[in-house]
Structures are given as C-alpha cells and as structure tokens.
Design a binder for this molecule. Structure first.
Ligand code: MN
Length: 503
C-alpha cells in the first residue's frame, strides 16, 4: 500500500523522466524524504498530512513540464515558513537555485489581497516585484491551485478571501504570462466560491450540452481528417476542447446569458506541423463549410497581447450545427497553454533562441504593467523603480499601501513613523498613532510588505518626539524630525528671549 504522497512521488518521477530525460530523480526523492521529515506531525485544514500539499504542488509543476529544480523547490516551498529549517539548510542540501525560489515563495506569501478594487493592480505589481523571478510565480501558482482544491474545508470568510485573491491577483498574472492552462485552473477553482449560484448554473449548462456536442465533433473529425489527407496535411492531433467554466460564464454574460449564442463551448482543435499548414487547413474548412461573417480571426498574423497565436473560424455545418475550429502549430499550442512556463521545456530541447524571443515578449509585459497606472495617482518612486525592474533594487525594500490603495515604498525595518513622513511632513509631525490592517499598533512596529497602513494625527501635537530618531529607518524621516526639533528648540529660545526682554 502506498500513501497518497508516495503515489504522487511516483507520478512526479514519471512525468520528469518523460519531459526531461536528464532530470535528477535522486534529488527529487531526497526532497520528498526531507519534506516528509520536516513537516512530520503537521496537518492541512483538510486533515491530511502536510506532505500531501508539498507533493501536490510538486506534481502540478511536473505536469506543467517544469524541470527538476523547480519541482524540488515546489516540494520544499513551505519549509522555511513552517519548519525550523532555514534557507541556508536548503541551500546546503539542494543548492542556491532551489533556496532562492523558496525564499521568493516565503516573501510573497506575506502579500494578501484585502478586497479593495484599487489595490488589485498595485498588488499584482508588488507580487511580481517581490517574486523577482518568474519561477517563483509559477511555483506560487501551483501552491495556490493545490490549496484551492481543498478550500471546501476552510471557513467561509477565508474561502472568499482566498478565492478573490486568486481571481484578482493570480489569474491575471498567469494570463499575462501567457499561461492559459494555469489561468483556467485558477479561475475555475475560485469561481465556485465567489459566485456559487452562477457557478452551478454555468456548470449545469456545460454538463447538459457538452456530451452531445462532443459526439457531433467526433463525427466531424472523420470528415476533416479525410479532407486534410487529400490536401497533404498531416495533423499532429485533432481534438475537441471544452471551454473553461469561468471563461464560459464571462462569455455568457456578454451574450444575454444565452447558451445558444456561445459557439465555442466545445471547439475542434487542429494541431499541424507548420504555419503554412494552418492556412491550408483554414482553406480546406472554408471549402467544405460556410464561415460565419466576422468570425475568422488570424491571431497568427496578429497575436493577442499576451502572445496567443492561432487561427479561429466558426462555420455552419450540416444539420444546422455551428462549430468553431482552432488551428495552430504544436509550438503555438504549447505557448498558449504554458506561456512563459514553456521556456524550460524548450530550453532543454535546444530551441532556446527561438524561444528567447517569446520569453522577452512576456518579460516586456512585466515592465509594461508598470506603466499601466492610468486610474491610480501614484506619487511614490514605486513605479519608476519597477520600470527599471532591476532585481537588486527590490532587495531590502518593502511595499505598503495607503488606505486608498497607493503604494509606498520603504526600506526593510521601516516603522509607521517612516510611513507618515513619506506621506507628508505634516502627517509625520502630527502623527499620534497608527493602524496596520485595521489593527491599532505601536509606532515602533515594523511594517511588512502588503500592509495597509493608516496614520492618526493630532492637530494639537507640537511636533515629533526626540526618541523617534531611534525608530526611523529612512533618511527622509530623520532629517524632517531633526529639522522640526531644531525649529521648536529655536522657537523655545525665542520665547524665553522675548520673556526676558519684557521683564
Ligand atoms: Mn503552500
């Protein structure tokens, strides 16, 4: 009898061997043993042992064809947070790369979405700035998906928070990194908790419609395969793909909630060897069936902003059926499903230069994201800093929110007093108290990335206290405090002088 975790270990090794013939399976086994020992006695909210979560995360990564070191980092991602072992321990045992990814994991897990619209875009940026490394984002997505699968064991308020955070932060990031498959999973798993009734409704439609449609597509497959043969195209695969549930739901909202107006509930996907074949296939389909007006889309010539490429067409078939076809090469297909995550798979297959261009495309987005700040008046250095996206810049920095959702960038160890002076000198000078995430705290408290900070001021306050100089980390706050102390001192002397003159 194998435990669930042992079975997952077996799956992980199998997947790694398939996708990366040179993968180091011994290290994977070592990571499993180490995590099992380190997390011994720890349980998930669902009641299962924690090692199931570690292995679940690793298995997702392996199924996305990540290489061994990323899978290992996935298995070890909770070690520094939940066990006495340190990053140094991980580095000695599993190397610098793995330790770096786990460090990133731990840093971003401090970020929490607190449900205010205005934070979302900033939080996405922060997430990326802190992650610093796309591998960290991918491991975090796997961690999140594995957690979402047991979300039903959580109390309702926590379910909602995690689901919203996934929908507002994780899914858009996955989408912009071109990771369509990962985005779909993140959205479908959180949809259920955000709009339970709508979820049931959409799921009902899917269950009712898909089997019939799939049957019909099976019949079309035969026809199209014959036509392709006559035209000397050898498809790599022809298969039906069912629309992700949340994306079906969003489309239903745009189409008067009418399922009859959704033509791509199940689409027929044709994967062919070369770009030229894509256009040949499109022609073949249009010769047999009449295309619907305005529904032929050439995303090969004009890729979607996230890099998605395919030809789409919707046609009238016999029996009044309307069917969407999606035509693409194998590489476009990989790219659509895995986006930036496809890189490591290709890298080991010697297609690096071709792929480097695509990676650049996605990384460019990280920078563009930064410029998209239309609705938010942000007067901090945050955006400028992100634009250059220099990795080292973010070392030793934290990012906190104002109650309105603006981001303030501070050094590690900064206190509410640094924050108050970063907002405005007068706010600093009259600062009388602070709340972090709506909890009153002492002015000595160290701020953490993702905190929402609010300062209470007292108009009657004369100015900063001298001992604040001990509490601040920023040169800005220090100089403002000194300036003010000097001013009050001078004012005090002036008053004494005036009094002396009068008498
Ligand atoms: Mn975790």
């Amino acid at each position: 009898m194998y435990t669930a975790a042992e079975e997952m270990l077996r799956d992980v090794k199998k997947l790694l061997k398939e996708n990366h013939p040179n993968a180091n399976l011994e290290t994977v086994e070592r990571a499993y043993e180490f995590a099992k020992e380190a997390h011994a006695g720890q349980f998930r909210t669902s009641g299962g042992p924690h090692i199931d979560h570690a292995m679940g995360t690793g298995k997702l990564l392996a199924s996305w064809r990540m290489p061994d070191h990323i899978v290992v980092a996935g298995i070890l991602h909770d070690i520094t947070e939940d066990t006495p072992y340190t990053l140094k321990d991980l580095e000695t045992r599993f190397g610098r790369d793995v330790a770096d990814i786990v460090e990133g994991e731990t840093k971003i897990s401090a970020l929490k979405y607190r449900g205010r619209e205005r934070y979302a875009e900033n939080l996405r940026k922060m997430f990326l700035a802190i992650a610093q490394d796309v591998r960290v984002v991918i491991v975090k997505c796997a961690d999140r998906i594995d957690n979402l699968k047991t979300l039903n064991f959580f109390p309702e308020n926590k379910q909602k928070r995690i689901a919203f955070e996934t929908m507002e932060i994780y899914a858009p990031i996955a989408s912009r990194l071109g990771m369509g498959l990962i985005r779909g999973e993140l959205e479908d798993l959180s949809f259920k908790y955000i709009y339970p009734e709508e979820y049931e409704w959409a799921l009902g439609l899917l269950v009712e419609r898909v089997p019939k449609k799939e049957e019909y597509l099976d019949h079309l497959k035969g026809i199209i395969a014959d036509d392709l043969k006559k035209n000397q195209v050898n498809p790599i695969s022809i298969h039906g793909r069912v629309k992700h549930l949340y994306s079906l739901y969003k489309k239903l909202l745009k189409r008067d909630r009418d399922i009859e107006k959704i033509y791509d509930l199940v689409a027929l996907r044709l994967i062919v060897p070369a770009v030229q074949d894509c256009y040949t296939v499109l022609g073949v389909i249009h010769q047999r069936w009449t295309p619907l007006k305005g529904r032929i889309k050439d995303y090969i010539a004009q890729p979607k902003p996230n890099g998605y490429q395919s030809l789409h067409t919707t046609v009238f078939c016999e029996d009044g059926e309307i069917v969407e076809f999606q035509i693409r090469t194998q590489e476009m297909h990989e790219e659509a499903e895995f986006g930036i995550a496809a890189h490591w798979f290709y890298a080991e297959r010697g297609k690096t230069s071709e792929n480097a261009q695509k990676i650049n495309h996605h990384l460019k987005w990280l920078k563009e994201l930064v410029e998209i700040q239309k609705n938010i008046q942000d007067h901090t250095n945050f955006l400028k800093a992100l634009e250059s996206l220099k990795i080292d810049f973010f070392r030793d920095r934290i990012f906190v929110f104002t109650p309105k959702g603006d981001v303030i960038d501070l050094p590690e160890g900064a206190t509410p007093i640094d924050y108050a002076y970063a907002i405005h000198t007068e706010v600093g000078n009259h600062c009388s108290g602070a709340t972090i995430n709506e909890q009153a705290v002492s002015l000595k408290t160290t701020l953490q990335s993702g905190d929402v900070v609010e300062i209470t001021t007292d108009k009657n306050r004369k100015g900063p206290a001298a001992d604040w100089l001990e509490l601040v980390k920023t040169a800005h706050a220090r100089s403002k405090i000194k300036e003010n102390l000097k001013k009050t001192r001078l004012a005090g002397w002036a008053r004494i002088r005036d009094l002396a003159r009068k008498h």
